[in-house]
Design a protein around this ligand. Structure first.
Ligand SMILES: Cc1cc2nc3c(=O)[nH]c(=O)nc-3n(C[C@H](O)[C@H](O)[C@H](O)COP(=O)(O)OP(=O)(O)OC[C@H]3O[C@@H](n4cnc5c(N)ncnc54)[C@H](O)[C@@H]3O)c2cc1C
Length: 263
């Protein structure tokens, strides 16, 4: 069943980064985003990555994005669920959302996805830090107008987290679809930045009798709380088995995305 559904939701290959026409494709190596003044990591350049694999892995293992844009001269940064297909990012919301109303005409957008991996307690305040993996992706936001693409994108919104779930649901009504705005952004530039080193003190400070540690941080799934109004006999479907108590959310989300949209 999954294989059949994949056929309807997979990205066209030209957006997979595998087409020779794709400007993000480098000749010899794996596909990489173009690097310029906008996305070149200057501060701690050694932590920067631009290849599709790293950027997409960090996107697909995240559930929450922060969408930044300017309205009337003010920067706004809106947290939202999102999903990726090829080099395109989608997000959605109510038609009355200020964010979505302001992102209809190709406005420039920066989308950030962050994995907060640890707090780092060093031997001086200056070296206190965090381990993290994050992505900043840049592009121009557009409303998905085509009814078929919109319907497909809304299916992706659910199935990206819960593969196969749309097929188990009551079908969306046209009224529900009309009340929803879907926005997409083709990634024009992107960078990933990764710090994964724990405590990094100045050499002379290691001799100090001061406690230091890396404090790992994880977002973990809690015990599922079934809806109190479930009809009797309705069981939790097995395609939700990946979402079990104690499992890191990132692991479950990565697995779900891979099952639904392997690219
Ligand atoms: C959880 C977390 C905690 C952090 N805490 C701190 C902190 O306390 N202090 C601090 O100075 N920095 C912190 N950072 C790093 C911070 O995100 C910036 O990388 C850093 O402040 C440098 O910013 P800049 O604009 O000077 O970088 P520049 O190197 O000038 O940025 C140039 C380009 O590099 C890319 N880039 C920069 N930062 C990131 C990033 N994080 N992820 C992806 N691409 C990036 C973007 O494309 C950006 O346009 C933290 C990051 C995370 C994820």
């Amino acid at each position: 069943m999954l294989a059949k559904r994949q056929k309807t939701v997979r990205a066209p290959s030209y957006r997979d980064g595998r087409s020779p026409e794709d400007p993000t494709m480098s000749d010899a190596d794996a596909p990489t985003y173009i690097v310029d003044h906008l996305n070149r990591v200057k501060r701690r350049a050694d932590r920067g990555h631009y290849d599709h694999e790293t950027v997409h892995r960090l996107l697909d293992s995240g559930a929450l994005a922060h969408v930044s844009y300017i309205v009337d001269g003010w920067p706004l940064c809106t947290p939202t669920l999102f999903w990726r297909e090829g080099t395109r990012i989608y997000w959605h919301g109510s038609n009355s959302s200020r964010m979505l109303k302001n992102l209809s005409e190709g406005e420039p957008v920066c989308i950030t996805v962050t994995h907060f991996d640890s707090l780092v307690l060093a031997r001086c305040g200056f070296n206190h830090s965090a381990d993290y993996r994050s992505v900043m992706a840049f592009g121009h936001a557009r409303i998905v107008e085509d009814p078929e693409e919109k319907r497909r994108a809304l299916t992706m919104m659910v199935d990206r987290f819960f593969p196969g779930r749309t097929a188990q649901l009551r079908a969306s009504t046209q009224k529900e679809i009309n009340a929803t705005t879907v926005v997409m952004m083709d990634i024009e530039r992107a960078s990933a930045k990764i710090r994964a080193k724990g405590v990094a003190d100045d050499d002379e400070d290691y001799a100090l009798p001061i406690y230091a540690e890396r404090l790992p941080v994880r977002m973990v799934i809690g015990p599922p709380e079934s809806c109190p109004r479930l009809q009797s006999g309705v069981e939790r479907p097995h395609n939700l088995d990946g979402y079990r108590a104690g499992r890191p959310l990132e692991e479950a989300v990565t697995e779900a995305h891979a099952a639904a949209y392997s690219d």
